[in-house]
Write a protein that binds this ligand. Structure first.
Ligand SMILES: Cc1cc2nc3c(=O)[nH]c(=O)nc-3n(C[C@H](O)[C@H](O)[C@H](O)COP(=O)(O)OP(=O)(O)OC[C@H]3O[C@@H](n4cnc5c(N)ncnc54)[C@H](O)[C@@H]3O)c2cc1C
Length: 387
């Protein structure tokens, strides 16, 4: 687990000034946005309450192709071509049409940051925002106010820069909850459990990552606590329940733009329902958001056009999230009963598994990460004035 490295006390000097872009949040979504801006000459500031890569925010499993296309293969710890599904009655082994890899969070963030060019990074806790002069957005932090015409909230499920944040507070909001332990150990398989002894509406997992395992439980119902089942699963696997990591997980899309601010990743509810796979969507929408910002900085569109285009891009994908949410409700209802095993049996044909998982990957296809930033056609206009 990462060691705390964030500056404290007198080391937290005042912070103020103006940038072209302020990206709030230096995890999957935020760093991907900043990466898209590299080499464009813009002044970009990235803020996070922790040092880059300091605090792991997930079990860190993602489709390998996405990691490769983003230049992050160096962070991979283990790769899996199969998914093992355990029910109380049967163990299924599905061959996937693509591979998933677990990775080291700190290494991945370091590799992403290395691609962010001249972007600056500061540790600061973001508290909110207000309107500045000439359309600028002022971001308030514990170290002072910074401002930019282009501001991104990639701060995770809390959606700190929203003024409507009260709607997304647990336990009444559209959130799942996840908790895992990270004991030392090794495993061969990417495994999940659809087993009501751990959780009814939800699933449990064990993701090996080299010399550690990430073992946890996710509940689709925010009112159901997951600590006891997480401990029970770890005990069942003969592993110590140590090094906890957990969070809320949005399972419904939220507005991708609000009052001139862009939202990407969990802050925009981009995590996929059912699987709680949020890293790939954070990359996907991070790239989309970054490309729109880049077009503004290159003088190819106004901020308002970028907001509109990004919102339309997100809206275009909303149907897939709606479908996945329906499946999530269905899994939640069936999981407590033996019918879940029968359903998995019916789904276990190789052709069906390959077809369904290929469609699943296509929700946020890895090819979208290509070409790398800066490989796009040269800017049509010279002016970098933001209108
Ligand atoms: C237990 C668990 C396991 C998971 N496993 C997987 C998995 O294996 N694969 C997968 O695809 N998804 C997984 N997810 C979902 C995934 O973690 C999220 O969808 C993903 O992290 C979203 O990325 P993000 O960049 O939007 O937000 P985050 O990764 O949450 O990053 C938000 C960033 O903002 C910073 N921040 C937050 N508030 C402030 C503030 N006020 N001021 C400054 N900085 C702030 C945080 O420090 C953090 O760096 C898991 C979730 C949980 C809870």
């Amino acid at each position: 687990m990462p060691v705390r490295a964030t500056k404290r006390g007198s080391e937290r000097t005042p912070l103020a000034g103006s940038w072209d872009v302020v990206v709030c949040g230096a995890s999957f979504a935020g760093l991907t946005v900043a990466r898209e801006l590299a080499g464009g000459g813009a002044r970009v500031l990235v803020l996070d309450r922790y040092e880059i890569g300091e605090k792991q925010t997930s079990a860190c499993a993602a489709p390998t192709e996405w990691l490769e296309h983003l230049g992050l293969a160096g962070s991979v710890r283990q790769t899996f071509g199969e998914l093992v599904i355990n029910t109380p009655m049967k163990r299924f082994r599905w061959g996937l049409p693509f591979t998933f890899s677990t990775f080291d969070y700190r290494d991945l963030c370091t590799l992403l940051w290395a691609q962010c060019g001249d972007a600056e990074f500061e540790t600061a806790t973001v508290a909110g925002r207000s309107a500045g002069e000439n359309g600028a957005v002022v971001v308030h932090s514990d170290r002072g106010d910074v401002q930019a015409p282009l501001v991104v909230d990639a701060l995770g499920w809390r959606r700190v820069l929203s003024t409507r944040a009260q709607r997304i507070q647990p336990p009444n909001a559209r959130l799942s909850r996840g908790l895992e332990v990270h004991p030392q150990g090794a495993g061969e398989d990417l495994e999940i459990w659809l087993d009501p002894q751990y959780i009814g509406p939800g699933y449990s997992w064990s993701f090996p990552a080299g010399d550690e395992l990430r073992v946890g439980v996710g509940s689709f119902d925010p009112r159901i606590h997951v600590k006891d089942p997480t401990v029970a699963l770890a005990e069942h696997l003969d592993l110590p329940a140590e090094a906890y990591q957990g969070n809320w997980i949005p399972h419904q899309m939220r507005d991708p733009v609000e009052d001139g601010v862009f939202f990407a990743g969990d802050s925009a509810g981009h995590c996929l329902p059912v699987t709680a796979e949020g890293i790939r969507p954070a990359f996907y929408f991070g790239v989309a958001c970054g490309r729109e910002l880049r077009r503004v900085l290159d003088g190819r569109q106004t901020r308002e056009q970028a907001l509109e285009r990004y919102a339309a891009f997100c809206e275009d994908k909303r149907y897939a999230w709606r479908w996945m949410l329906r499946v999530q409700h269905m899994v939640g209802r069936i999981n407590p009963y033996p019918a879940m095993t029968s359903m998995l049996e019916a789904m276990s044909h190789t052709r069906f598994v390959r077809w369904s998982f290929s469609h699943y990957l296509d929700i946020c296809p890895p090819q979208y990460a290509l070409p790398a930033p800066g490989a796009e056609p040269a800017a049509a206009a010279q002016s970098r004035t933001i209108r």
